[in-house]
Design a protein around this ligand. Structure first.
Ligand SMILES: Cc1ncc(COP(=O)(O)O)c(C=O)c1O
Ligand SMILES: N[C@@H](CCOP(=O)(O)O)C(=O)O
Length: 461
């Protein structure tokens, strides 16, 4: 299995190289040269198997000879051993034909743990084999950062620097990033929004001198390994609802387009997915793009679903690459236009995107109403991101079973959840002292060279 860049100019890599490389050297994102498919019989045979076993079968065709089967099975087992639910990603029925896929039973209470725990295992195995060290630099709107820190804290071969927008993540998310005491963990609060953090990370990858000097690695969803690990739960959910004999639809609370892109890959692999629905909050660039064909940046507005406060949606580039018939030059041209505010998608590419994705948006009021209604009807709390998904999904319910991804635990957003429902979800006992732990954080401006200086100074190797 070989990996190619969405901009067509970077070296072709193996899975291991693509995983450790992060952003391609031409600024693009790595994707598999071809998406492997599974037969109906292979998908049907997943029924009744453990999450780990399905994970092995879904991911194995993508990893080439990076790990032996035995090693890969061990890494998968270690990745999910710490999850707080035996099913890892349980399905809960909301209504006659609407289900929630609970993706918040991992160590940091968000779906990011599914990929990050596995990436942590794969990085460790690959780095201990080569004796290399890397510097991970990641951008977060709240959840990627805490999941990355949890996965890499204390590892000798890795320093992990996380850039988060100062004042724009929840207190629980911030504390998850600032309270780990391991010296290889560095939380950087940036004056700016998530898009500024993500742009700084990409600029660091495009600064080849810095990239080589610190041996830069990325664990945002620019890393193909992140997307790959997220493909698995589409299979476990759909199979438990009757796939491959019955099609299933998914609604995905969306920001950086990584999670829904994983659903698109699952569909390409042969999983019968009817609709893939992008659910956005009022930072609705993806919804507007799917409605109009114009990708036009507006400022980021803070919302009660802060992890989705994104306008430059990184993985949309991977979808565009396919929409343009895998023409890297066309994608590179559109990405250049994005630097000047946006781009118009060609008619053919737009048609492909409209045929592949549906979309909807939820206002703040609609998000709050969804949290309140869920509490009244089910006696449980929804996180605001999941509530955006539930609101959008309700407009698309039909005969096909609908699965809405529950992307985070409500305890990560106690203020927003309490304001909407009157009740705050408690943190799990293992995190009960989170508010008492000392914080360690460095405030930085968005200036690239200032951030690079902090990284050079703090690196422990
Ligand atoms: C809780 C939560 N929901 C939804 C999203 C959006 O996911 P994606 O960025 O993969 O579109 C995020 C951030 O990634 C998140 O943290
Ligand atoms: N919502 C994310 C933003 C970063 O997304 P990623 O999937 O590209 O890492 C977050 O919580 O940080």
């Amino acid at each position: 299995m070989r990996y190619i860049s969405t901009r067509g100019q970077a070296p072709v890599l193996t899975f291991e190289e693509a995983m450790l490389t992060g952003l391609a050297r031409d600024g693009g994102l790595y994707v598999p040269e071809e998406v492997p498919t599974l037969t109906q019989a292979q998908i049907g045979a997943m029924a009744g198997k453990s999450y780990e076993e399905v994970g092995f079968e879904v991911m194995r065709p993508f990893i080439g000879d990076t790990f032996t089967d035995a090693t890969f099975r061990t890494l998968i087992a270690q990745a999910y051993a710490g999850f707080g639910h035996a099913a890892r990603a349980p399905l809960v029925q909301l209504d006659s034909n609407h289900y929630l896929l609970e993706l918040f039973h991992g160590p940091t209470l968000a779906f990011k743990d599914f990929a990050m725990q596995l990436i942590g295992q794969m990085f460790q195995a690959a780095l201990s084999r080569s004796g290399e060290r890397v510097t991970i630099v990641g951008a977060t709107s709240g959840d990627t950062g805490s999941a990355a820190i949890e996965a890499f804290r204390g590892l000798k071969a890795v320093d992990v620097f996380i850039l988060f927008p100062h004042g724009r993540v929840s207190e629980v998310q911030r504390r998850q990033m600032t309270t780990p005491s391991e010296s290889n963990v560095h939380a950087l609060a940036v004056d700016g929004d998530f898009d500024d953090c993500q742009a700084a990370v990409k600029d660091m990858f495009n600064d080849f001198t810095f990239r080589e000097e610190v041996r830069l690695a990325g664990v945002n969803s620019i890393n193909w390994g992140r997307v790959l690990a997220q493909v698995v739960y589409y299979f476990t959910a759909a199979v438990s609802l009757g796939a491959p004999h019955r099609a299933v639809s998914f609604t995905v609370p969306t920001g950086n387009f990584g999670d829904i892109f994983a659903g698109y890959i699952a569909k390409q692999m042969g999983l019968p997915i009817a609709d893939l629905i992008v659910a956005t909050n009022r930072n609705d660039i993806l919804h507007r793009t799917l409605e109009t064909g114009a990708y036009t940046k507006e400022g980021v507005t803070p919302t009660i679903s802060p992890s989705m406060d994104i306008q430059v949606s990184s993985n949309f580039e991977r979808a565009l690459f396919d929409a343009y018939g895998r023409d890297g030059a066309a994608v590179a041209g559109q990405m250049d236009d994005l630097k000047h505010g946006g781009f118009q998608i060609s008619q053919g590419a737009y048609q492909m995107l409209k045929d592949t994705f549906k979309s909807g948006r939820a206002s703040e009021e609609e998000t709050q109403a969804a949290i309140k209604a869920y509490r009244l009807n089910h006696g449980e709390l929804l996180c605001p991101h999941t509530a955006v998904g539930v609101h959008v999904a309700e407009a698309h319910l039909g005969k096909t079973p609908m699965v809405t991804l529950a992307t985070a635990h409500p305890a990560k957003f106690p203020d927003a959840v309490k304001a909407a429902s009157g009740v705050a979800a408690p943190l799990p006992p293992r995190m009960a002292d989170l508010y008492d732990r000392p914080e360690r954080v460095t405030r930085v401006t968005g200036d690239l060279s200032a951030i690079q200086a902090v990284i050079r100074e703090r690196i422990t190797h």
